[in-house]
Design a protein around this ligand. Structure first.
Ligand SMILES: Nc1ncnc2c1ncn2[C@@H]1O[C@H](COP(=O)(O)OP(=O)(O)OP(=O)(O)O)[C@@H](O)[C@H]1O
Ligand SMILES: [Mg+2]
Length: 450
C-alpha cells in the first residue's frame, strides 16, 4: 500500500510498484490507510511522513498494533530524517528513504520486506498448527514437556551447537535429531546417522573417519568416513555411550580440531559438521560407570534434550494414536479410521515400556487385522493382556558370557511365568510348537534330576 497526500506522487509510485508484479492500493493519509488496511491486509506499506489527519509516524504506531506483520517503509523529506532513523531503530519501521526516492533501492528493500513478512507468516502458521493439532513436524504431542522440547528444537536449530538427546528406547530421539536438522540452515545438506552399537569395534573407526586404500587388510579401496560424508551438514551419533573408549578419545579430538584424518593417511581434512548425539542411558551414570568419557560428554552436552517416557505424558496417547491410525491405514491401505473408547482406555493405562515405538507397533498390528472402520479390543495384539505384560519387570537380564542354551532356557521359563504356566500361550509367544516346548521342558527336568 502506498500512502501519500500528494496524489501525483502516490499514483506514480503505485504504478511503478505494480509493474514489479505487486498488487497495490493507495491512500491519501494515515486514517484512510488504516481503513483500507483493515480490508486489504497489506504485506508492506510505503508511507510519506507529512500528511494531514494522521502522519506517517502515527500510522506506523497504529500499524504496529493492529497489523504487526506488515512491514512499514517511511519516505521522508528534509527535516524528519532524525525522526525516521529513530523510527527504524526504536519503533519497528522496516526502512526509511529520503525523497526523491531511488526506485532501484526501493525494489530491493520491498522484496526483502516481503520475504521477511512471508517467513514470519509461515512461522505463525506453524505455531498455529501446533496450537490446533498438537503437531510439530514429525513429532506428535501437545503435552507441556513436548511443547518445551519443540521450543528448544526451534532455539537450537539455527546454530551449530552440539545437542545431546537422551531418553528411553522408542521415545523419539532420532525424530528429534532429524527435526533439528530440518529446521536448521543445514536442512538441504546431508544428514548422516551412525549407530555406534550396531557396528563392530574393528570397523567403527573407518566408518567414522574413513580410510585410504590398503590401510588395513580388506581396505581394497579408499573410503570417506561419516564425518566427510556429513560435511557441511549434520552427523547423528546414535547410542554414543556404546562407542569404545579409544574411539571416544579420537572423536573428541575431531570435534575440537574440526579436522579428520583417514586411516592410513597422513593428511588431515577440515570438516564442517554439526554433531547431534543420542543415548538411552543416563549420560552421567555412563560416565560414572566408565562407559563414557567425561570430557566427551561435556563436549556434546552443550544442549540437552531429555525425552520423557510415554508413561509420563499419557495425555498425548489419544493424539498419537489418532495420527498413527491415519498414517498406518493409509500406508497399508486398510479401512481403520479410529479406535474405540475401550481401546483408548487400555492404551491410556498401559505402561508402554517400549514407548512411542511400542504404541506404533500395537497400532500397526491392529490396523492390519481390523476389517472395519473402528479398532476394537479384539484387534489388539494378545500380549497386551498377559497380566502385567510387557512391563519392565517382565524383562530378563542375561550375564555375558552365557551359553545360547542357558539364555534360551531363561527366556522360556520367564515366558511360562508370565503366561501363568499356560504352555500353549507360551509356545505361541515364543513362536515355537507346543511339542518343542514340551521337549525342552522335559530336557530341563532331566538335567535337574541328574
Ligand atoms: N513424538 C512422536 N510423535 C510421533 N511419532 C513418534 C514420536 N516419537 C517417536 N515416534 C515414532 O516412534 C518410533 C521410534 O522413534 P525413534 O526411532 O526416534 O526412537 P529412539 O528414541 O531413537 O529409540 P531407540 O533408543 O530405540 O533408538 C518411530 O517410528 C518414530 O517415528
Ligand atoms: Mg534411535
Amino acid at each position: 500500500m502506498i500512502v501519500d497526500d500528494e496524489q501525483a506522487a502516490r499514483v506514480g509510485l503505485s504504478e511503478i510498484i505494480s509493474v514489479w508484479g505487486y498488487e497495490t492500493q493507495t491512500a491519501g493519509d494515515g486514517l484512510e490507510a488504516l481503513e483500507i488496511a483493515a480490508e486489504f491486509h497489506p504485506t508492506a506499506v510505503v508511507t510519506d511522513v507529512f500528511m494531514p489527519r494522521l502522519d506517517g509516524f502515527g500510522l506506523l504506531n497504529r500499524l504496529r498494533e493492529e497489523h504487526p506483520e506488515t512491514a512499514v517503509i517511511l519516505l521522508t523529506g528534509q527535516g524528519s530524517i532524525e525522526d525516521a532513523v529513530r523510527a527504524v531503530k526504536e519503533e519497528g519501521a522496516f526502512y526509511y528513504f529520503e525523497k526523491p526516492i531511488n526506485t532501484r533501492q526501493l525494489s530491493v528493500v520491498l522484496q526483502r520486506a516481503i520475504e521477511q513478512a512471508a517467513s514470519r507468516l509461515e512461522n505463525t502458521r506453524l505455531r498455529r498448527q501446533l496450537g490446533e493439532y498438537g503437531v510439530f513436524g514429525k513429532l506428535v504431542g501437545n503435552s507441556q514437556v513436548m511443547r518445551q522440547i519443540y521450543t528448544t528444537i526451534e532455539q537450537v536449530a539455527s546454530s551449530a551447537v552440539s545437542v545431546l538427546i537422551t531418553g528411553e528406547s522408542g521415545t523419539g530421539k532420532e525424530v528429534v535429531a532429524q527435526s533439528i536438522h530440518q529446521l536448521s540452515p543445514r536442512a538441504s545438506r546431508p544428514f548422516v546417522a551412525i549407530n555406534c552399537s550396531a557396528i563392530p569395534e574393528s570397523l567403527m573407526e573407518s566408518e567414522l573417519f574413513g580410510h585410504e586404500r590398503g590401510a588395513f587388510t580388506g581396505a581394497i579401496a579408499k573410503r570417506e568416513g561419516c564425518f566427510e560424508l556429513a560435511n557441511t551438514g549434520t552427523l547423528f551419533l546414535d547410542e554414543i555411550a556404546e562407542m569404545p573408549a579409544m574411539l571416544q578419545a579420537k572423536l573428541l579430538r575431531v570435534l575440537e580440531e574440526r579436522k579428520v584424518r583417514r586411516l592410513g593417511s597422513a593428511k588431515e581434512v577440515p570438516v564442517d559438521v554439526r554433531v547431534l548425539a543420542a543415548t538411552n542411558k543416563d549420560p552421567h551414570e555412563a560416565v560414572r560407570r566408565g562407559e563414557m568419557r567425561e570430557d566427551l560428554l561435556y563436549r556434546l552436552n552443550v544442549i540437552h534434550v531429555k525425552l520423557p517416557p510415554l508413561r509420563e505424558r499419557r495425555e498425548d496417547i489419544p493424539l498419537l494414536t489418532e495420527y498413527m491410525v491415519k498414517e498406518l491405514s493409509n500406508r497399508h491401505n486398510r479401512p481403520a479410521k479410529l479406535v474405540s473408547t475401550e481401546v483408548l482406555e487400555i492404551f491410556s493405562r498401559f505402561p508402554w515400556p517400549g514407548n512411542v515405538r511400542e504404541l506404533r507397533n500395537v497400532v500397526e498390528h491392529a490396523v492390519i487385522v481390523c476389517d472395519s472402520q473402528r479398532i476394537e479390543k479384539q484387534h489388539l495384539s494378545p500380549q497386551m493382556f498377559d497380566g502385567r505384560s510387557l512391563k519392565n519387570e517382565d524383562s530378563i537380564t542375561l550375564p555375558v558370557p552365557i551359553s545360547l542354551d542357558e539364555a534360551e532356557r531363561q527366556l522360556i521359563l520367564k515366558t511360562l511365568i508370565r503366561t501363568n504356566n499356560n504352555k500353549t500361550r507360551a509356545a505361541d509367544l515364543l513362536n515355537i510348537s507346543l511339542k518343542t516346548l514340551h521337549n525342552k521342558l522335559k530336557a530341563y527336568r532331566e538335567e535337574n534330576e541328574e
